[in-house]
Every structure is written in structure tokens, then in C-alpha cells.
Design a protein around this ligand. Structure first.
Ligand SMILES: Cc1cc2nc3c(=O)[nH]c(=O)nc-3n(C[C@H](O)[C@H](O)[C@H](O)COP(=O)(O)O)c2cc1C
Ligand code: SF4
Ligand code: FES
Length: 562
């Protein structure tokens, strides 16, 4: 160090002194833009993902200058902001020397039902027919519209049964925004007796009586794990507050679209169920985590939550709606909690469970959207609304999301003891020219079963002896014109893309399995070794269940892979 004799300041070396600190500089314009877009009181740590959305929506990408400015205004390190921004598929991080993406993005779903309906050909035709400088075409996982496959999202406009012609027509008229369906709004819901039960309970209700009702109905978690809902309330209440409630609206398991179905029709059943559950566990606040792929549901919830505040049903800010950013793993409850806290969606090690140490370190009740829908209905209509139905020794109802080679794909509400034959019948039978060959009973995590196994009630606990499980009841029907091997590869590609990468058996196992499954003849002993490592040593359900698709294909469709 030498002293500048003229100015009397210390310099870092020979020559001129340093005019600014080392490292990436703060850009005045980016700072001003952020101040204009994001309110000063929105700078808490957990708002990071929401703030990244604001920038992505405004500029179509996240520039290095904006990330640096945001890190300064949120008092976070650049590394923290960058690791979050780069974790989620819906954020486009653009470094100083990179060009931003085109203004318009098309995401083409390539999960199983869409692939069976020609997603790859659709994607190729779009890439050929559109100007890549103006529109970029990306692959994307399931968008929860499998009943209208193939599906794509143009900006925020979802196009069902998509064709290149429909896309070009939509681009020409600038139809790139979300379309809202007709739904039962607050006024209609209240006119039909809605929120009366909540008012009753808040006035003179006994939470243990409500818990008893829920237990009697037999309601189990419809996010896939099937944990008895009433029992979970007891666990959460057993821990000292403050407590929170978090709604899992991530619905990322390919083939599942029941939550979207209910939210886009009767959103207040979910909202009332949530407020009843929140009352039961004395929650200080409710967080609703909705996947970014459901812009219509997000807009509906925004509007209806505002009405609940205006009508005095809830205090302002009691319900906090959060938007995911394109990461399937954020459906796993502890990853969802990390994401609500504004972090990467990496599942936590358990114990402690989220009922004990959840959101912001506090006991948290996590419920799936459909579970809450049924909580409202059980409270209003009694436990019989579920437990009065019995089939094949199983009690209750199940919303099966059905897609693939059936005539009437869609959500079919059927007895929980339904077999695949019942489900295909309810869905109008097989498409003309197709005969039933195989089925995915509950998303890729459940693997594939052959048509010969058509007498199993598709409920919680009934599929485990067969190496599968019902999960979120995402049923995909395959025909003699499909390939079990191609379906299994599609499933593993999905897991490879969506693995959070935090544990080696899952991160490396998915990648190696995808490579091996592309060979004409599968190296079955090696695949089995990988499956064992993944199932035994992965941290969360993604890595633990991904082997189901490999094992069941080797077991039931060996002719296709040997
Ligand atoms: C990899 C993985 C993904 C999951 N995705 C979802 C999801 O998208 N939606 C959901 O409600 N539950 C999902 N779950 C289950 C949740 O972890 C949790 O069990 C559920 O939200 C609890 O609510 P429930 O008891 O009402 O089902 C997932 C679990 C795993 C392991
Ligand atoms: S199993 Fe996969 S998704 Fe789950 S924590 Fe490990 S790497 Fe992440
Ligand atoms: S929307 Fe394409 S598979 Fe679900």
C-alpha cells in the first residue's frame, strides 16, 4: 500500500487507486427498477421467490444486474439469490455476456399422457415452423391437463389438444394470457350455505368433535401418502404454538389433475376446509402454495381471498398465497416449506416432522387441496359423505384422474374400491381401435401394472403387495399400441429432471437408469442394483419410489426389455 501524497488517501498498489469495491457492481438503473416494482415491506427473506417472479414477469428473464440489486435490497448474499433463482425451471437467469430469451415461450408437456398423444412430434413441428428469434419452444413436465393431451402453454395460455395450427392462430391474435373458467364464487357459495359451518365452529365448536367426525369419515391424505387427516391434527396441536397451516397445491405428479379440477370449479370448498382445519389447530396463518403451472387457479384464489378479507371472514394477510416456480419436488411437504421460506425446494431430513418443526421452525399442518375440499364437505354433510360408500371391502370415494387411451378422460369420482376395469368403464371404455394393455395406477412413482391385474381395488394399502401404490390416483391407461418400456423411460426421464440432486443415490441413480433404459436390452442385474441403492438410501419419496417404474417393467413386461 502506498499513500497518494496529493489526496492523502491510501491506494491498493502502484498507479491509480480503486474507485469502487471489488466484485460485481450495483447497477443504479436495476436498483431503481426494483424499488419501483417491489414494495419496501416485501423484502423479507421468505419473499425471495415472489420477488424473483415479479422481475421475471416484468423483464422476461432475470439479469445479473437485477439479481445483484435484489440481493442488496433483500440483504442477502448474491450466492443465496443465485442458488434459488437457478433452482427453479420458470426462472431464466441471464448472465452479463448472455442474450435474453425471446419474448414468447412455449412449454410443451412431454410427460406420459402427452407423449402418448404425440408431444414429441408436436414439439418438432413447432420448432420447425416458428421463428426461434421470436418464440422459444421448451419441453416441460406435466401441466395437470392430461385429459386433453397433448397440451402446451403459450405464455400463460394453456392450449388443450394442441396442434401447430392452434398455436399459430393464438400467436397471431396475441392470445397469450390465462383464460379463467366459470367457477362458484363467494356469493354463490354463501347462497348455498357456504361458510355457515365455519362460523358455527368458530362460535361454539369443539375441535375434538370435528376431529372425531373427520376420523369417522375415514378421510386420508389425498396428496398421496394417505395419512389419516384427523390424526395429523392431533399431532400438530400437540406441539406448542405458534402453529401454521400450509396448503399443498403443487400437484406435480404426472397424470394428476384432480386438485386443479376442484379449484377451478369450487374453490371455496378448499378455502372453507382450510379455515376449519386452521381453526382446529389454532393456526396463526395459512400459506397456500400453488404451482406456477396453474395460473387460472392462482387468479381465482387471489380474487376470492380478497373477497374473504373484504367480507371479514379472515383478517387481511391471514391467508398468504405463494406461487411455485416449476419444480415437482416442491410437492414433497418439507421441500414445499423450504420453498415458502424463499429457498431451494430441497426436502429436509426427518425427524423432526413438519407437524413438529415446519414453516419458520414452527409446528405446521400440511394438507393437500383435495383433502381440504373433503374436510369442508365432511363438516357440512357428515362423515357419511365418504364412509357410506363401500366396494370390494373398501370404504370411501376417490377422485381418479384418468387419461391415456380411454374415450372420456377426466376426473372420475368413484368408490375407493374401484378396480381398473371399473375406472375404464367409467371413462367410457377404451378408445376405438385400442385394446387395454397396461396401466399406471398412481403417477410414475407407482410404475406400471399389466392389464391382467385388473381385479385389485385401487385404494391406499392395496397395491403395496404388488410393488406399487395408489398415490394421488393418477391413472394412465396404455393400449396395445403403446410400449411399456417407452413409458418406463418417460417416467425415469421425469425423475432425472426433477430430482433435487441433494442425495447421490437419487441424483446419480436416475441418470444412470435413464442411460441403461435406452439400450435395446436392459442390463437388468445392474438396474436392480441401482434400484436397491435408490430405494434404500434416498432421502425422500422421489428417489425411494422411482425404482417402481423400473422393477415393475422388468417383472411384468420382460418381453419388451430382455
Ligand atoms: C416427491 C413427492 C412429491 C409430492 N407431491 C405432492 C403434491 O404435488 N401435492 C400434494 O398434496 N402432496 C404431495 N406429496 C405428499 C406431501 O409430501 C404430503 O404428504 C401431503 O401434502 C400432505 O397432505 P395430505 O395429508 O392432505 O395428503 C408429495 C410427496 C413426495 C414424496
Ligand atoms: S431423493 Fe432425490 S429428490 Fe429426494 S432429496 Fe434425494 S435427491 Fe432430492
Ligand atoms: S398435461 Fe401432459 S401429461 Fe399431464
Amino acid at each position: 500500500m502506498a499513500k497518494d501524497q496529493k489526496n492523502g488517501v491510501w491506494k491498493s498498489g502502484r498507479g491509480k487507486g480503486r474507485s469502487h469495491p471489488k466484485g460485481r457492481q450495483l447497477d443504479d438503473t436495476a436498483m431503481a427498477q426494483i424499488s419501483a416494482l417491489i414494495a419496501f415491506d416485501q423484502m423479507a427473506r421468505d419473499m425471495l421467490i415472489e420477488n424473483l417472479h415479479i422481475l421475471q414477469d416484468a423483464f422476461g428473464h432475470l439479469s445479473a444486474a437485477h439479481l445483484r440489486a435484489l440481493s442488496s435490497q433483500m440483504h442477502l448474499s448474491m450466492a443465496e439469490v443465485y442458488e434459488v433463482a437457478s433452482f427453479y425451471a420458470h426462472f431464466d437467469v441471464v448472465k452479463e455476456d448472455e442474450a435474453p430469451p425471446p419474448v414468447l415461450t412455449i412449454r410443451v408437456c412431454d410427460s406420459l399422457s402427452c407423449e402418448m398423444a404425440g408431444a414429441q412430434q408436436l414439439m418438432a413441428a413447432l420448432k420447425d415452423g416458428l421463428n426461434a428469434d421470436e418464440v422459444r419452444v421448451l419441453r416441460a413436465p406435466c401441466m395437470g391437463r392430461c385429459d386433453t393431451a397433448p397440451v402446451l402453454e403459450l405464455g400463460h395460455n394453456h392450449i388443450d389438444n394442441a396442434t401447430p395450427e392452434l398455436v399459430k392462430a393464438a400467436i397471431e391474435i396475441g392470445d397469450i394470457h390465462v383464460h379463467l373458467p366459470d367457477y362458484e364464487d363467494y356469493a354463490a357459495y354463501v347462497a348455498d350455505g357456504g361458510y355457515a359451518e365455519l362460523k358455527n365452529l368458530r362460535g361454539k365448536g369443539d375441535w375434538e368433535q370435528v376431529q372425531e367426525k373427520i376420523l369417522e369419515s375415514g378421510l386420508r391424505g389425498l396428496g398421496g401418502a394417505g395419512f389419516p387427516s384427523g390424526t395429523k391434527w392431533g399431532f400438530v396441536r400437540g406441539n406448542t404454538g405458534p402453529r401454521y397451516l400450509a396448503v399443498n397445491g403443487d400437484e406435480g405428479e404426472p397424470g394428476t389433475f384432480k386438485d386443479r379440477y376442484y379449484l377451478e370449479r369450487t374453490p371455496h370448498l378448499m378455502l372453507e376446509g382450510m379455515l376449519i382445519a386452521a381453526w382446529a389447530v389454532e393456526a396463526e396463518g395459512c400459506y397456500i402454495y400453488m404451482r406456477d403451472e396453474y395460473p387460472a387457479a392462482i387468479e381465482i384464489l387471489k380474487r376470492e381471498i380478497k373477497i374473504l378479507e373484504d367480507e371479514g371472514v379472515v383478517d387481511i394477510g391471514y391467508i398468504d398465497l405463494r406461487r411455485g416456480a416449476g419444480a415437482y419436488i416442491c410437492g414433497e411437504e418439507s421441500a414445499m416449506i423450504e420453498s415458502i421460506e424463499g429457498k431451494r425446494g430441497m426436502p429436509r431430513h426427518r425427524p423432526p416432522f413438519v407437524a413438529e418443526v415446519g414453516l419458520f421452525g414452527q409446528p405446521t399442518l400440511v394438507h393437500n387441496v383435495e383433502t381440504l375440499h373433503w374436510i369442508a364437505r365432511v363438516c357440512r354433510e357428515g362423515p357419511e359423505v365418504l364412509n357410506a360408500t363401500e366396494l370390494n371391502g373398501r370404504k370411501g370415494l376417490r377422485s381418479y384422474s384418468v387419461s391415456g387411451r380411454v374415450k372420456n378422460a377426466g376426473v372420475h369420482l368413484l368408490p375407493s374400491g374401484s378396480t381398473i376395469t371399473d375406472i375404464i368403464t367409467a371413462a367410457g371404455g377404451m378408445m376405438d381401435g385400442h385394446s387395454f394393455m397396461a396401466y399406471q395406477p398412481g403417477g410414475p412413482s407407482s410404475g406400471l401394472l399389466p392389464a391382467s391385474m385388473d381385479d385389485i381395488p385401487l385404494d391406499f394399502d392395496t397395491l403395496q403387495p404388488h410393488g406399487s401404490f395408489i398415490g394421488s390416483a393418477a391413472v394412465v391407461i396404455l393400449s396395445d399400441q403403446d410400449s411399456a418400456r417407452a413409458a418406463a423411460l418417460n417416467m425415469l426421464r421425469f425423475f432425472e429432471d426433477e430430482s433435487c440432486g441433494q442425495c447421490t443415490p437419487c441424483r446419480v441413480g436416475c441418470e444412470k437408469a435413464v442411460k441403461l433404459m435406452q439400450a435395446d436390452h436392459w442390463d437388468q442385474p445392474l438396474l436392480e442394483e441401482i434400484c436397491t441403492a435408490m430405494a434404500d438410501a434416498s432421502i425422500c419419496g422421489l428417489g425411494q419410489a422411482a425404482p417402481n417404474a423400473i422393477r415393475l417393467t422388468m417383472k411384468h413386461f420382460s418381453g419388451e426389455v430382455s
